[in-house]
Design a protein around this ligand. Structure first.
Ligand SMILES: NC(=O)c1ccc[n+]([C@@H]2O[C@H](COP(=O)([O-])OP(=O)(O)OC[C@H]3O[C@@H](n4cnc5c(N)ncnc54)[C@H](O)[C@@H]3O)[C@@H](O)[C@H]2O)c1
Ligand SMILES: C[C@@H](O)[C@H](N)C(=O)O
Length: 373
């Protein structure tokens, strides 16, 4: 086919595709390269059998942070302990090391990543490595490397070996010019943190690889995640985890955001369940490849008020961190996750009252709860 005619046809296909809709790659496969680094794609990719489909072999990058160990626990229940490999560049604590396979993996080392995927016959990859919003601002060049170069490595390995790839995005992928209350899936995204910029980049690159190479890329924009048995890694929403530790330990908490700063939040169990659900959703149910998910929205004052119901002597003071406050003021206040609910049946379980009782109970505050009742 003459080149001009071929290009015209390609352009037509691209224009036909809805901006958000992505039920099938836009380009017919004969126009596509096999993979971005021109390494032949894993021969099994197109023939992954249904027998294998239920027996996934999973790799989690950046797995020793706030979310990775919980995700490994959930996936090991689903796929078996030995089929889920946690990886990170840090040394795992003993209980994590003993709980299932752990491997060193620096996502900046492309060859090492490829070796792990090949040697372990990985089929699904959950890419959790990142520098979060506040630590990212404190170390922009490292955040740029980990969040952007690392993502490129992961995308290439996933495309080459026919993996299903999950990359989390965040409320931080929006900025001050986005509609903030509520924030829909598709709107202006001009974040002003390196974290946010890298996450918009991840969303766009993942979707590009989906269209261009047929990569099965799936992405959820998480709200601030609240967990009881793991510490946050240096984000803007960290206060909503720390407040529970401090309420139980000291009966008081110094909050680094203003009392009326409203942000979307979610309990970790809901977040991890959503992650597994979107990964297991039939491809034809996904009208998009990047979805908002949400559970609740609250301010520090509202959260403190709810804690106070259980810990009557609890005191909160405010000492605002200007960096975190500026970030929070540019982020969504409420998140519109109606597409996730419509397309693949997303539904959160935990609202603010259950969140607070769950967190306080975990931190051994049964005494205080009993006193308050
Ligand atoms: N926790 C939240 O509230 C939240 C909200 C939205 C999105 N997310 C996203 O979910 C993912 C997991 O978040 P988290 O809270 O567990 O993050 P975290 O900061 O707690 O953990 C990130 C992990 O990445 C690892 N890491 C850093 N550099 C690495 C490298 N070069 N190679 C391999 N690993 C490296 C770190 O050692 C760390 O264990 C991130 O992508 C984050 O952006 C988290
Ligand atoms: C919201 C999320 O991406 C992370 N907890 C942060 O605050 O940076």
């Amino acid at each position: 086919m003459p080149v001009v005619r071929m290009l015209r046809r390609v352009a037509c296909w691209m224009l036909q595709s809805p901006a958000c809709g992505c039920r099938a790659p836009v380009l017919p496969s004969r126009f596509l390269g096999t993979s971005p680094r021109q390494i032949p794609m894993d021969a099994n990719f197109h023939s992954t059998s249904f027998l294998e489909a239920d027996q996934q072999r999973v790799l989690i990058t950046g797995g020793l942070g706030q979310l990775g160990v919980g995700l490994a626990n959930l996936l090991r229940k689903r796929f078996g302990k030995d089929n889920v490999i946690l990886s990170d560049i840090r040394k795992p604590p003993e209980h994590v090391f003993l709980s299932g396979p752990f491997i060193y993996s620096d996502i900046l080392d492309y060859k090492n990543l490829r070796e792990i995927v090949v040697n372990n016959r990985i089929t699904w990859l959950f890419h959790y490595s990142a520098l979060l919003s506040a630590v990212g601002e404190a170390n922009v060049s490292l955040a740029r490397a980990v969040n952007i170069t690392g993502l490129h490595n992961v995308l290439d390995v996933a495309a080459e070996h026919g993996l299903r790839l999950f990359v989390p995005s965040t409320i931080g992928a929006f900025g001050p010019t986005s509609p903030r209350n509520p924030t829909p899936d598709l709107c202006i995204q001009r974040p002003r943190t390196i974290y946010g910029v890298s996450k918009v980049h991840a969303e766009l690159m993942g979707e590009y690889y989906y269209y261009r190479y047929g990569l099965d890329f799936r992405c959820l924009r998480y709200p601030g995640i609240i967990s009881a048995d793991s510490q946050p890694g240096g984000g803007t929403t960290d206060y909503a985890v720390q407040i529970f530790h401090e309420a139980v330990k000291n009966g008081r908490f110094e909050c680094n955001l203003k009392p009326d700063t409203r942000l979307p939040m979610m309990y970790i169990d809901d977040c991890l369940r959503a992650t597994l659900e979107v990964m297991e959703a039939p491809a034809e149910s996904l009208s998009m490849r990047t979805y908002n998910i949400n559970a609740m929205s609250f301010t520090p004052a509202e959260l403190a008020q709810e804690v106070l119901k259980h810990v009557p002597e609890f005191q909160v003071t405010y000492s605002v961190d200007p960096v975190r406050q500026a970030i929070a003021d540019s982020w969504p206040m409420n998140f519109d996750d109606s597409n996730a609910r419509k397309d693949w049946g997303w539904k959160h379980d935990i609202d603010l009252p259950e969140l607070v009782t769950t967190m306080l109970n975990f931190h051994g505050s049964e005494n205080r709860v009993a006193q308050a009742n």
